[in-house]
Every structure is written in C-alpha cells, then in structure tokens.
Ligand binder design. Structure first.
Ligand code: PMV
Length: 360
C-alpha cells in the first residue's frame, strides 16, 4: 500500500456525536529503530515485542461543529486533569493526519487518556498513547464508512500512529510486530507495522519483561533529537545495515527458540543503539551508573546459573529484563535480591508479551 491508499475516497455520513474507548499497549524493540527520514519514515526496519500490562487507555468524545475548520478543536486530559502541555504534540499529530482523515475538521474532540504504568516512570507513553488515540480515530472513521475492512482498519491505525510517534506503529497488533520495509520480510512497509510474518517458537509467546526503573525523570535528550542526530552520523550506514542483518538473523532464532543466539543479538542491539548516542555530534549518554551495574549483574547471574535472561534498553536509563516465563520465579528472586537497589525508589514493572490493542 502507498500513502494515497489511506485517503478515503467514498462519501460517508458523519455521525453527530459519540464516544469511543481503546486500550493500546507499549512495546519493546528487539531490533531498534533509530534514525528517520521526513514523514516519520524509518531509516531501518525494526521488530518489537508487544507488551501487555503497560498500556494507555484513551476515550475520545466527538461532536460535530457547525463551522468546520482544517484541524479539529480539542481538549486533552491526562488522568482526569487538563493537560495543556500535550496540546502542541496532538495539534502537530492532527495536522499530519488530516489529509488521511479529511472529516476531522468537522468535529471537536475531548480526549481523556490514562496510562496503566505509573506517572513519570520514565517509560515512554508516546507509543501506546498515539496508538490508542489513532484507534479511537479509526473507530470514528468506521462509523463514517461502515464498510471499512478489518485489515485496513489495523494498518491505517498503525499508519496514523506512526505519524504521531514512529514506534507507535508497532503498538496496535500483538506478539511480535515488524515495522519498516525489508526485502526478506513479506508485506513489510515503512508506512505501518505488521504482525511478524514468520514462524515463532512458543517460548516467545509468553516472554517476560521486567522493567527496572533506574531513572524515572525526563530524559536529557528526546528521541526526536536523537533520531535527528543519525543524519550525517559517521556510523549511520553501518548501523542501518547492522539492523537489517539483525532482523534477518532473528528469523531462525525466533523459529527455533535459540535462546543463546537471541540473547547475544538482543543485547548487541541495545548496546549499538546507545553506542550511536555516544558517537553522535553532539554526543550524549542516557545510561546511568545503575544501568551499567544492572547489566553487569545480569551477565554474572547468567554465567553463574545458566538462566537465559538478557537485557535491552530503549532511549533511556531503564533496563528491560527479558526471559522465558518458566524462569519467572527464579528471576523474580534475583531482581529482588540484586537489582532492586539500583532502581529509583526500588520501583520496577512486571510485564510480558501481550495480545495487542483492545476496544473497551
Ligand atoms: O518512537 P520514538 O520516536 O520515540 O523512537 C523510539 C526509539 C527507540 O525506542 C529507542 C527504539 C524503538 O525501536 O522503539
């Protein structure tokens, strides 16, 4: 599909008022997206686990207005409290998507959103937040065009979410989701995420993610700035090529449940992502001392016990600990004994691979 396929052509009937609620999950990338081209298009393909309990719930109330405008008027609330600091981000989002949803200007919206993970946990809510809002907007589109097919609904929800925050494209479907055009991944596209189209060993369907909250504060460098710094980065092309190779390398690993190979590929991705940050101009470091302490403890624990756990990182100091469900109890004890002391306020979140977004 190309961009123009997402512009509705039929005439529809606009409902006057309505309320829609969706829950969309967060995701954690195994092969990372870092670097983008104009139009929120990724410079390399990526793949992620969809999470389950870390999610955003959004309720959209719409009401048609007598004098339509180009971009809709809206009010936004986070946890029941007016959140004007989100307004600029949502306005930009509406500006980007109104060509694909030309009916938006005919409405005013009230957007109420809440995250299931604690406020200011340092966990990015933009992926789940943009995905939940996009799903609500797609539901409105379906009310206008009732013939809208389920496949297009999901693809377009991911397409819209991508225009809000790149990695949000991977927060619609469940399990493993791939985003970004790649010759060896059938159906892949830079425009939207797709369910990972290859055989996956059952060990990965219930994989655990313990999110160790090393630093709950706001990041010093935003993802937007970080992506931008990949332009003209001395290692950019090698990095994009590495990500493509990792994506291909993951295919037999995921099929066979090859945990040692999974561990080495996933940790290499996490450290390559941070290596890009440390070698940008200007350079920056998002890991904290606690991040490195945790990484070293994980390596020691793995060496001593043979437990197949590994870490990954997103664009921040927090550590995602990934491991099979059968190791949950043992890893839980290890986390409490050795890792909690490096978490801010001793906080961590327990999550696992989940089924994707849900209409409420
Ligand atoms: O979606 P953004 O612009 O916040 O970028 C996310 C980038 C990483 O989390 C570091 C990697 C990824 O693929 O999710």
């Amino acid at each position: 599909m190309i961009e123009k396929d997402f512009i509705p052509e039929m005439a529809g009937t606009l409902p006057e008022t309505g309320t829609i609620s969706w829950q969309a999950p967060s995701n954690i990338a195994l092969v990372k997206y870092w670097g983008k081209r104009p139009g929120q298009l990724p410079t390399n393909p990526s793949v992620s686990f969809t999470l389950d309990t870390s999610a955003t719930r959004t309720t959209l109330k719409y009401r048609s207005v007598s004098a339509p405008s180009q971009v809709p008027v809206f009010r936004i609330y986070l946890d029941g409290v007016a959140a004007p600091h989100f307004a600029a981000k949502i306005s930009t989002f509406f500006e980007r998507i109104c060509v694909y949803q030309p009916f938006l200007g005919a409405y005013e919206f009230e957007i109420r959103t809440e995250n299931t993970f604690p406020h200011s946990s340092g966990i990015a809510s933009s992926a789940s937040g943009m995905a939940a809002l996009s799903l609500c907007l797609m539901d409105l589109e379906r009310a206008i065009y009732p013939d809208l097919k389920e496949d297009l609904f999901k693809k377009k929800a991911s397409f819209l979410a991508r225009l809000g925050s790149g990695s949000a494209a991977r927060s619609i479907e469940g399990g493993l989701v791939e985003w970004g055009n790649h010759a060896s991944v059938p159906g892949s596209s830079d425009l939207y995420g797709i369910p990972y189209p290859f055989e996956v060993h059952p060990v990965f369907s219930s994989f655990q993610d313990t999110i160790l909250l090393v630093d709950k504060g706001k990041k010093q460098v935003s993802s937007t700035v970080g992506h931008g710094l990949m332009q003209g980065h001395p290692f950019a092309n090698s990095r994009f090529e590495q990500a493509r190779q990792h994506l291909d390398g993951l295919q037999p690993i995921l099929r066979e449940g090859d945990l040692p190979a999974f561990i080495s590929l996933v940790e290499s991705e996490a450290l390559s992502l941070h290596a890009m940050m440390m070698s940008s101009n200007p350079y920056f470091v998002l890991m904290k001392p606690g991040t490195l302490e945790i990484i070293n403890r994980i390596w020691e624990y793995r060496k001593d016990t043979g437990t197949p756990i590994c870490f990954t990182l997103d664009a921040g100091a927090n550590v995602h600990l990934l491991y099979p469900e059968e190791n949950k109890e043992a890893v839980g004890a290890f986390v409490n004994e050795e890792l909690v002391s490096f978490c801010q306020d001793g906080q961590y979140l327990q999550d696992h691979v989940g089924p994707g977004a849900l209409r409420l």
